[in-house]
Design a protein around this ligand. Sequence first.
Ligand code: GLA
Length: 372
Amino acid sequence: MTLIQRTIDGFARSYSHAPDGVTFAPGRVNLMGEHVDYNDGLVLPMPIAAGTAVAWRARPGDEICAVALDLGEARDRFKKASPEPVEPVDWRAYLRGMAAEMRAAGLPVGGAELAIAGSIPRGSGLSSSASLCVALGRALGAAAGAPDPSPDELALAAQAAEHRWAGVQCGIMDQMAIAAGTPGSALLLDCRSLATRIVPLPLGWAVMIVQSGVRRGLVDGHYNQRRRDCEAAAAVLGIPMLRDANIAMVEGAKLDETVRRRATHVVNEIARTEATIAGFERADLVAVGKAMRASHASLRDLFAVSVPAVDDLVDCLNAEIGLAGGARMTGGGFGGAVVAILEASAVTRVTAAIQKVYHSPCGDPLEIMIED
Ligand code: GLA
């Protein structure tokens, strides 16, 4: 059964009537530009087929009711004018946050009955929370009888929900990729201007997403710390953001050693995003593979956001892929998925090989998604 049908059925079971409509938002895999979005950098994410669906029905009055079909049909109910924070943070924080932040931004939010379901593996670094927020935003707007908010409006409200209601000081990449992108095409996003450009995947290339089997744990503190390190570097360099730095500035400044490593990663990673886009435009898989391998090494050694199982999986993939493509960790880090870009004709061979050589720490069978 498709995700959409499962969500419609779950809605009908929960509320004893049919929904007015269903919204959908994809997850995303980031192809290049990791931990540069909150430094105003350039990123190249791609929406994926898996995502979040929200079946909705407008309801007169001020109340929003919701059921999380994948979480034991857990429920929430609150008045849209006065949602309370949720502790500890769970899906309800994103729902309440989205309602509150959309209203704060002047976007219409209707009273509603909602049923939510998703197909993104949680803890995989494929942006299940941004996908949830964007799908919810579209449903809350539709329940008010309003036209869809623009991608920028939705993305900014979703980012504010993450900052103020979930306590993660994330950048804008995930929300923009999900609100503005098209599955199957990468999206160049300038995180300073929010300008976007579709960058199609060259013919004959495939994107492979492999779960390491290490679920991202409680890492928000590490994430926020990385952001503070980058801000500290920019402050010493006397620039608004690391986007404005070059490598000579980072090498020449009096920086704490950890802060220098973080800043070096960011400056070089932004250059790798530019190199990757040029590689896509020339259909040069060797150049893209080189950038992928360098990005992973930098995230592991300079930014310190990888874990041994992810390094192992990346090494296995790179050994199988050879020079025509490459693999790296994707997303915030500390576990989750790995992304590879390779020739579509190599996918079957690489999949078979990786199933033999990589053993996930939890012993689960390997979960592989192909986006092409
Ligand atoms: C998480 C955040 C993004 C971004 C990535 C790392 O996915 O939500 O804003 O910073 O990590 O690139």
